[in-house]
Design a protein around this ligand. Structure first.
Ligand code: 4AD
Ligand code: MG
Length: 466
């Protein structure tokens, strides 16, 4: 007799009825009936739902093994897929053989009971993917990553691998992790007594990248449409529910593209990710809609079907002034908007995603295109309810003289950016791009409120376990 290896997701489908299958996975629960049966809920991560396995007492190892199976144990089940008489599932498995592979001592297994808090589960990052919530997050993270590549590949973008180690600070924020092989206890010193990084591995100070943008711009000026998608690192000590020290960013860069077109791409891109998840991860989304945020599906559908509000920074400041709301941080033209302001605009005032553009030049990085008013730059931030900023982007300054002026204004070492300035020296073109924080997108799509719960192994201040 041959049993075909099948995933639990496949075994749950009506079309599998009549098949002899081999299922392998982890037991969620076992209960025994008086009539001499055991019911095992089996999950292998292929879907949110389990498949029910029915084990009769006639099985040879029923007393010795099957009746000792507890939550968390791993098993292999050979059996027949049958139509289920129950309403909730299409199929069930009539077991013809069950092998208990790995036991999980119920006195010690931390997921023996259901209903642990998300905070507690963070201390179990190595086991939490076996829960409904984290299995669903993982599947949606996978789907979104896949759709990101599909979207860009279908639209003629080339995937570029930008470096993780860098000597330049893209955002000018100065909150970077240093990469060094110098002995921290006895570093070489220069004549002024400062650490001499010319003796370091790269013969200069180097860091983990905060963004792949500057590098991907070079490939844009040759391949026209490109994107990078990789890990980025920020050492800002902001212990919030929306900041991680290591997160993934998707950064498309588009040649011959102005800010308006950039906004179109950002909107189209976000919609595509949402539509794919609603279609391909329906069961997981229903789970989040039921257990995490009961307005989730409604919100996602709203975003799919209505255009994003577009508003200049100057208009936004006026609205915030007129709102009569008391914010923790006061807004004045020229100050950076805080998350409370962004959330007021998107959640309360417009109740829709909002794209803010034309920010003051003083609060945005040197590479953004300066407007004719000389006071603002062609920046854009996409804000969404509950998360706030999800995308940051801009049209890039493509005039060499203005770019150099901006570098001086922001006190950057122009030498370090010579290669970047070369793009304006040889065949410069107007171009634009943006960065989507993958985890912020996942928070929005799943309704999960903390970035620590959409990263498999979150890195945040004071936390680098697992
Ligand atoms: O707005 P940011 O800093 O933009 C850039 O890095 C540009 N170089 C992008 C570009 O134009 N190519 O970051 C982009 C996005 C933010 O909107 C946010 O979603 C996310 O990255 N992000 C973070 N996500 C998690 N933790 C953090 N500490 C984040 N910082 C930024
Ligand atoms: Mg930003």
């Amino acid at each position: 007799m041959t049993y075909d290896k099948l995933s639990v997701a496949a075994a749950r489908k009506a079309e599998s009825v009549g098949k002899k299958v081999l299922l392998q996975g982890w037991v969620r629960t076992r209960r025994d009936s008086k009539a001499g049966f055991s019911f095992i809920e089996l999950n292998d991560g292929s879907s949110q739902g389990n498949v029910q396995v029915i084990a009769a007492k006639e099985l040879p190892n029923y007393e010795t093994d099957i009746k000792t199976i507890t939550a968390g144990s791993s098993v292999a089940v050979q059996g027949l897929v049958k139509e289920s008489p129950g309403q909730r599932q299409a199929t069930e498995i009539e077991a013809e053989g069950i092998e208990l592979i790995g036991t999980a001592d119920p006195a010690a297994y931390p997921l023996q009971k259901k209903g642990h808090s998300l905070e507690f589960l963070r201390t179990l990052a190595h086991l939490r993917v076996r829960t409904n919530t984290f299995g669903a997050v993982a599947r949606i993270r996978n789907r979104v990553s896949f759709s990101i590549h599909q979207f860009f590949q279908e639209n003629g973008f080339f995937y570029v691998h930008t470096p993780i180690i860098t000597a330049s600070d893209c955002e000018g924020a100065g909150q970077m992790f240093r990469v060094s092989t110098l002995d921290p206890n006895d570093p070489p010193k220069d004549s002024e007594g400062k650490i001499d990084f010319s003796k370091d591995f790269f013969a200069k100070a180097s860091y983990l990248t905060v963004s792949g943008q500057l590098n991907v711009e070079t490939y844009c000026a040759g391949l026209s449409r490109v994107y990078t998608f990789g890990p980025t690192f920020r050492a800002e000590n902001s212990n919030t529910s929306r900041h991680a020290a290591e997160f993934w960013m998707i950064e498309p860069e588009i040649a011959f593209c102005l800010l308006e077109e950039n906004m179109e791409w950002a909107e189209k891109f976000l919609r595509r990710l949402i539509a794919d998840v609603l279609r391909e991860c329906a069961e997981d989304i229903e789970f989040f809609n039921k257990h995490v945020d009961t307005t989730l599906i409604e919100t996602l559908n709203h975003v799919l079907n209505s255009p994003f509000v577009r508003l200049s920074y100057t208009e936004a400041v006026k609205i915030l002034h007129k709102s009569g709301k008391i914010f923790d941080y006061k807004v004045d033209w020229g100050t950076d908007l805080q998350s409370e302001h962004e959330r007021f605009l998107t959640e309360e005032h417009f109740k829709s995603p909002v794209i803010l553009y034309d920010y003051p030049r003083t609060i945005k990085p040197f590479y953004m295109r300066v407007n004719e008013d000389a006071k603002t730059v062609r920046a854009m931030d996409v804000l969404v309810p509950k998360v706030g900023e999800i995308i940051g982007g801009s049209e890039r300054e493509y005039h060499l003289d203005i770019l150099e002026e901006r570098m001086k204004e922001q006190k950057l070492e122009t030498d370090a950016y010579r290669w970047y300035a070369d793009l304006r020296r040889y065949g410069t073109v107007p171009h634009s791009g943006f960065g989507l924080g993958l985890e912020r997108a996942l928070m929005f799509i799943t309704g999960m409120a903390n970035i620590r719960d959409v990263l498999p192994f979150p890195r945040t201040p004071g936390n680098c376990d697992f």
